[in-house]
Write a protein that binds this ligand. Sequence first.
Ligand code: SF4
Length: 344
Amino acid sequence: MDWMKLAEKSLAGTALTEAEARSVLRSPDDDLLPLVHAAFQVRQSSFGKRVKLNFLLNAKSGLCPEDCNYCSQSKISDAGIEKYPFLSETEILEAAGRAVETRAKRFCMVNSGRGPTDGEVDQISSAVRKVRQSYPQLEICVCLGLLESRQAKELKDAGVHAYNHNLNASENYYSSICSTHAYQDRIDTVNVAREQGLSSCSGCLFGMGEKEDDIIQLAYTLRKMNVDSIPINFLIPIEGTPLSATPGLTPQTCLKILCLFRFLNPKSEIRIAGGREVQLRWLQPLGLFVANSIFIGDYLTTQGQKPEADLSMIRDLGFEIEGSPDTPALQGRSQPEEFAVRLK
Ligand code: SF4
């Protein structure tokens, strides 16, 4: 397969055929560098060498009545995670300050649960106003579950920029990972948020035992929905969840999935989200030639790589951080601890 032909097709706005999509996922590992090079042409055309950093805050943890199999916060999870109600505004402001320190452009606040009560929307709207006052440079994204139209409007009026609600799986596979809400509920929420002027953020979670057809179906669904931002998670198999023993993907497979999503969604932000360290491992830098965005810091209930290591990776790649291209952190020559050369 001539991967550059797929890049040209993608850049011309034409969807890959299903056979072409399949060939990306089935490409030999020895073809990985030409494939990534082709996907990089598509990435560069909309995003240059910029990397957008996103900082995640678990603003309300655990205690969820839903049964998403992958999630450590669900009612069927025995994972030993922290459980707490909605954080105070002081705690949220402190987290927003940490987001700024790590050079994040987007501050993502996530509440566990099926969906917010009107009281919770009031609470989060008030917190968003405070964050906007203190850190106007931050884009704010919230993720509160299934949303009503009036709630989306209230969030937009408070200064929320984007609403995240992942589809996670293909429509066919969805009932295998969740029984307490339907796939259509998720699609409706993405649409409701967008109708109220919120930027759409909706992505995927791979490594749950889905088949090739599921990956392809989801890539086409998100293309059709034309979402602005696509976080691509790879399963972090958390002890105490039903998926804790699921075999991992190879880093090469993760890269091929990223390439497929890039070709099919050339202008959307593609974010390597949870599981980057666990599943892409030493191929993380190659992922940034395809995706233009990552989370920096910790995930909802698991730790991420140290921010300094991410900043060093971006610097060493010769990429720049969106929103702060000339920061001293990037110009410095210091090495992260794990790569420091020890001289006697
Ligand atoms: S609705 Fe959200 S918090 Fe609740 S189990 Fe599903 S993913 Fe986890």
